[in-house]
Design a protein. Sequence first.
Length: 68
Amino acid sequence: MKWQLISEAPRDGTRVLVYGKLRVRSDQTPVSYMDVCLFWRGRWTVEWMDGYAPPTHFMLLPEPPEKT
């Protein structure tokens, strides 16, 4: 799996791993984030969280492990 531009990400409710930058903190330290989210109601779900800028990259999630 490789990081891809967010413009190529599925927008059909598929959960994906996203990467982006947080809005600058008060101490001016640049911070990035990775989170699992989906595109819903016209934007990525992380965009609804305070301080999160829109993601720039995404990666498909791996298949979950098989039951043992």
